[in-house]
Design a protein around this ligand. Structure first.
Ligand SMILES: [Zn+2]
Length: 118
């Protein structure tokens, strides 16, 4: 199943095929610290907040983009209703992860135009 990219939100940065949020790559950031960051995705429910967060990132001085992934170390006890909620959120989260993987592959393919890392 093909999942579309999130709606572009960057209004001043064309990195990541116009998916950069522009949050960490602005004029006040030193060139060696410049990070193009896509939209973050995470799961929040009664089982926890902002779990399994990930985003496509690209350090301006690196050759290839990466996916930044933040796990959570807690081990909550879930009831049946929470497990159903978690399964539904996993489904949505997996769709976003697949879309991010396609985005990353597109950015990694040298035959595809990539904007300059500036
Ligand atoms: Zn950027």
């Amino acid at each position: 199943m093909k999942v579309p990219f999130p709606t572009p939100k960057a209004d001043r940065c064309e990195a990541l095929a116009n998916q950069c949020t522009g949050r960490d790559c602005g004029e006040g950031v030193a060139s060696q610290d410049r990070l193009h960051r896509g939209l973050s995705h995470s799961m929040t429910g009664s089982y926890g907040n902002a779990l399994m967060e990930f985003a496509v990132i690209h350090w301006a001085e690196d050759a290839v983009p990466e996916i930044e992934f933040v796990g959570d170390g807690s081990w909550p006890s879930l009831n049946l209703e929470q497990v159903d909620e978690l399964i539904a959120d996993f489904d949505r989260h997996l769709q976003s992860l697949r879309a991010a993987r396609e985005h990353m592959a597109l950015l990694t393919d040298p035959s595809v135009h990539r904007p300059s890392a500036s």
